[in-house]
Design a protein around this ligand. Structure first.
Ligand SMILES: Cc1c2[nH]c(c1CCC(=O)O)Cc1[nH]c(c(CCC(=O)O)c1C)Cc1[nH]c(c(CCC(=O)O)c1C)Cc1[nH]c(c(C)c1CCC(=O)O)C2
Length: 342
């Protein structure tokens, strides 16, 4: 732990950057890696997420291959919900699909509080990983209340989040009760990972960008704050990420984040300005550009590293997850390039 606490990621997150920005990739573990596809063959996603040896090996794969500056726990945002008994499956090529969508007060009963014993495989994997990783920090994560609520209300992935928004505006009491339960689950799931030894946490509010600034502030921010604020006691970086949240990056920060994840729509210099003094940012290469010719990609990486220097700290990452058909050698080359820039 002492070594991980001194890592580039932890230093950049507290606003004391070293020579080059630390680099890791959202969804660095997964289908872009042949060794992942081989290991996962014939094993369902949620079964893999409940097997400590599998979690450990898959988490380590991109660290070994790319030399990234952080590992992210192999899991999924729906894992804590499945662990407390919510009927959810992860369907390949689709995403999480919910057996009984949540649409009434009675439906909330299924969302009981999570206990460490519900996810002992996660604690076990974290402890093993902290030992294996040495000085490389391990990032734990959870899905944010809004993004989890969207899956639960819609019953699966949604383009427009229409039922979610209708419930948010039309049944604000039910909305508040649902988001509060999800916030407590996310916070306790992160606490379990922190107690097992993760060096940082990331809260994924992937779909928050579907909301207006005013609606985010009123209906979502208080609940994301319920997740993040009490975790300050662990004194580790709390990263808060969403896609399309450029209009309210300051609110993402205000919810209790030390590091604000930024997608590719806003430059990091402008993002730092929007967040305010002392801003630490994470991002923000467009994952689609990993499929472009190297000279194009190289120029983008250089631009992002330069723009990141106007923030108090910068963690190099993508603006969203690695796409499955990304060439893993390109990811390794991006890591080497970032490491050569100081
Ligand atoms: C929205 C969301 C989900 N899951 C997650 C989010 C938030 C991040 C984001 O916005 O991308 C979070 C997540 N899911 C996964 C990770 C692993 C850690 C990492 O390497 O980043 C993380 C951080 C593994 C996964 N989670 C999933 C996979 C793919 C399943 C497989 O390999 O069979 C992986 C590696 C499944 C999943 N789970 C989810 C989706 C949309 C999918 C993809 C469905 C598909 O295209 O098949 C829900």
């Amino acid at each position: 732990m002492a070594a991980a606490a001194d890592s580039l990621l932890i230093r950049a997150a507290s606003g004391h950057p070293g020579g080059y920005p630390p680099v890791w990739f959202m969804r660095q573990a997964g289908r872009s890696l042949p060794e992942y596809r081989e290991l996962r063959a014939g094993i369902a996603m949620l079964d893999a997420c409940r097997d400590p040896a599998m979690i450990t090996e898959i988490t380590l794969q991109p660290v070994r291959r790319h030399g990234v500056d952080a590992a992210i726990l192999f899991s999924d945002i729906v894992v804590p919900l499945v662990a407390i008994g919510v009927g959810i499956d992860i369907v390949p090529g689709v995403g999480p699909v919910v057996e009984h969508p949540i649409r009434t007060t009675a439906d909330l009963d299924v969302l009981r509080e999570i206990e460490p014993a519900d996810v002992s495989y996660v604690s076990q994997a974290v402890r093993a990983l902290v030992g294996e990783l040495g000085g490389t920090p391990l990032i734990g994560f959870a899905g944010a209340p809004f993004t989890l609520a969207s899956y639960l209300i819609e019953g699966g992935p949604s383009r427009d989040h229409a039922r979610t928004k209708a419930l948010m505006h039309g049944q604000p009491v039910l909305w508040g009760a649902l988001l509060n339960r999800l916030a407590v689950i996310a916070r306790e799931f992160l606490r379990i990972q922190l107690e097992a030894g993760v060096a940082a946490v990331q809260l994924f509010d992937s779909w928050a960008g579907a909301l207006s600034r005013a609606d985010y502030e009123r209906y979502v921010l208080p609940h994301s704050r319920t997740v993040l604020e009490p975790l300050a006691e662990f004194a580790v970086p709390r990263i808060h990420f969403g896609v399309g949240t450029g209009e309210f990056l300051d609110l993402i920060h205000r919810a209790g984040a030390d590091v604000v994840g930024v997608d590719w729509r806003v430059g990091l210099d402008e993002a730092a300005r929007r967040i305010g003094p002392g801003a630490v940012v994470q991002g923000n290469l467009d994952p689609a550009l990993l499929l472009a010719d190297w000279p194009v990609l190289e120029a983008e990486v250089r631009r992002i590293v330069i723009e990141g220097r106007s923030a108090a700290g910068h963690v190099f990452n993508l603006g969203h997850g690695v796409l499955p058909d990304t060439d893993p050698d390109v990811l390794s080359r991006v890591v080497d390039l970032v490491h050569s820039l100081s």
